[in-house]
Design a binder for this molecule. Structure first.
Ligand code: ZN
Length: 245
């Protein structure tokens, strides 16, 4: 039997069990607090040094880098280890799929990664951990060590375009996959909504695992409302048993 290509689109809901709140969704924390949203809006971040100081302080205080993967992240990594081809398209910037053991090349981070920093001047990249250590040591707004430019997290801030290469790969996977699981995403914003649409139009078997209804429930083959931490391991365990080595 041919092995299916399994695409997993993950949103904030897969990481809430790891203690990471939904920051960026339609009802996320950023959207409910305009002052907080400025900290992650490119235009404000670039033009206002005070915003950058607050933004770095916030990152030092919320310790997102300390979050651990949960059973749902581990279930995706285990499916890949069972020999089933898996690709993850994630709206999350927490890096927890990779920490759970999924090789980085199998994960497309649609909104970038909060585990890295990038210079807005020269494009140099580095680990967030090092930048936060500099903030802890007293640099309020640590500049790029290469060119002195403004450093920002390697995430796609509000007002920034998505990386067209990442988006192109995500579209290609959505077109090619045989099974598409949308997990913990409201599917109300782009690119998530578009990717689900492409997968459905191209004949993928669509399963939605989300606490709340989504606009794609009607075209899904299966809609699961149970908690992701138990529902996803069960679903992926069945796929592994069916198609794994
Ligand atoms: Zn630089």
């Amino acid at each position: 039997m041919d092995k299916p290509l399994v695409a997993v689109l993950s949103g904030a809901g897969i990481s809430t069990d790891s203690g990471i709140p939904d920051y960026r969704g339609p009802n996320g924390l950023w959207r409910r607090d305009p002052e907080a949203e400025k900290l992650v809006t490119y235009e404000y971040y670039m033009r206002d040094p005070e915003i950058r100081l607050r933004s770095w302080r916030m990152r030092c205080e919320n310790h997102a880098l300390r979050a651990e993967p949960n059973p749902a992240h581990r279930a995706v990594a285990e499916l890949e280890k069972s020999g089933v081809p898996v690709r993850v398209l994630t709206q999350n910037v927490d890096g927890l799929h990779q920490l759970a053991g999924l090789p980085g090349r199998k994960v497309l981070e649609l909104h970038g990664s909060a585990r890295g920093v990038v210079c807005t001047g020269c494009g140099a990249r580095g680990p967030m951990e090092d930048a936060l250590a500099r903030v802890e040591a007293g640099e309020g707004d640590p500049p790029c060590l290469v060119c002195g430019g403004i450093l920002k997290p390697a995430t796609v801030m509000f007002g920034q375009p998505l990386d067209p290469e990442v988006l192109g790969q995500a579209l290609a996977i959505s077109k090619a996959c045989t099974v598409f699981l949308a997990v913990g995403s409201s599917l109300q914003v782009q690119p998530a909504a578009g990717l689900v649409g492409v997968a459905a139009e191209n004949g993928a078997r669509l399963t939605i695992v989300n606490a709340e209804p989504t606009p794609y429930d009607d075209v899904a083959h299966e809609v699961v409302r149970e908690p992701i931490g138990t529902a996803l391991p069960a679903l992926l365990g069945r796929l592994a048993a069916q198609y794994g080595a």
